[in-house]
Ligand binder design. Sequence first.
Ligand code: T4K
Length: 424
Amino acid sequence: MLKTETKLQLRDLAIFGQQPAFAEKVHVGRPNIGNRVNLLARINEMLDRNWLTNDGPYVREFEARLAELVGVRQCVAMCNATISLEIAIRALGLTGEVIVPSFTFIATAHALQWQEITPVFCDIDPRTHNLDPAQVEKMITPRTTGIIGVHTWGRPCDIAALEFIARRRNLQLLFDAAHAFRCSHKGKAIGGFGRCEIFSFHATKFFNTFEGGAVLTNDDALAEKMRLMRNFGFRGNDNVIYIGTNGKMTEVCAAMGLTSLESVDEFAEINRCNYHAYRRELDGIPGVTQMAYDGSQRTNYQYIVLEVDELETGLTRDELVQVLTAENVLARRYFYPGCHRMEPYRSYFPHAALVLPETEKLSRRVMVLPTGTSVNEQMIAQICQIVRTGVSNATAVREQLAGLETPRQMLPTTVLRSQTAGKS
Ligand code: T4K
């Protein structure tokens, strides 16, 4: 275990007016950036070529590389995963109701509601954080046309069970694989399951193209439809055959993607080391459990997910987040409070929580910590020491937080100092 120099005792914590452990904010979701020289060379070439968007050569190359990497016939690159989801949903002809988890980023639900399709929120299995197939069965009505599974944190859904339900009930099955680039399930790459799968290449993702997304599928006709839909529905110059939108990926994003692809193995290895460093450093802290990845499968280790059991720690997840935020560690509460508690869904389904007990519980327990190429083992040791010191002194931490009128994350250190002056 790495030894850290600071934050070993209660009074060292920033919530008591001490300097934050980190001079600069440490973020969840700091972008992983590949070789700059290669990126800039590609951008120069693009400028010389004077072809900036609309199915350009980089986009085509990027699509071909992704399809090959994942082992699927077709990859349709787009401007982000939200539009990719919207286009896939429309191209598959979904209508009425579609079953989705509530424990996901809001984009999964919005992509449906944006097209007046009702997202029906289904509970998750607390062990996997993914859709619980037994609950999916219960949510099916005569209006249901599809299921969108989300491979949350890059850990695959129970794909076989969802496929079985979809086949038997004649439903379309697709996957929001926004988190799951370079992950596999039973030896097969994520991206090749269901009717299609959607990746996100947003800056905060394991692999990024600044903004970007893609739909992967083995269905040539579906891919062709989505290609037209991402370009306003044009087939040829003056002929529109579908309703469409502007979902095109730009050349500069594809250049970033091609460059990032050169480094994905390196990114994954850094994440893997960080993940194991967190496991070592968090070991033995009561009530704090780090979500595990299945080491027998390929995974990107992009999310360091902790579950906080207040009964054991003596602190809520939110209190721990406050302690960390004061130290400039910006832990995130993904996906709090659950889509069903956000608008417009909160108003549409005011009683949804009754059928989502596991989502309710999990969204109050989970926090995500920083990893990626901008985090090293020393920083991880320091972050975990803060958690350890906080939990070891839970009662005093709780009293201190309760005594502060303004949420800690809003306060600069100097204000904290003056508030706590004389309390020690
Ligand atoms: N489905 C799922 C399951 C998803 O998780 C997402 C996206 C989607 C679909 C839709 O994919 P896209 O349409 O975005 O391709 C972020 C991302 O914006 C979002 O892409 C992501 N999920 C979601 C989980 O996280 P916020 O609201 O947390 O973003 P923000 O601005 O707070 O950034 C997160 C942290 O990253 C901050 O602490 C700052 C840091 N950051 C961010 C950016 C953009 C950087 O350090 N540098 C940067 O350039 O949503």
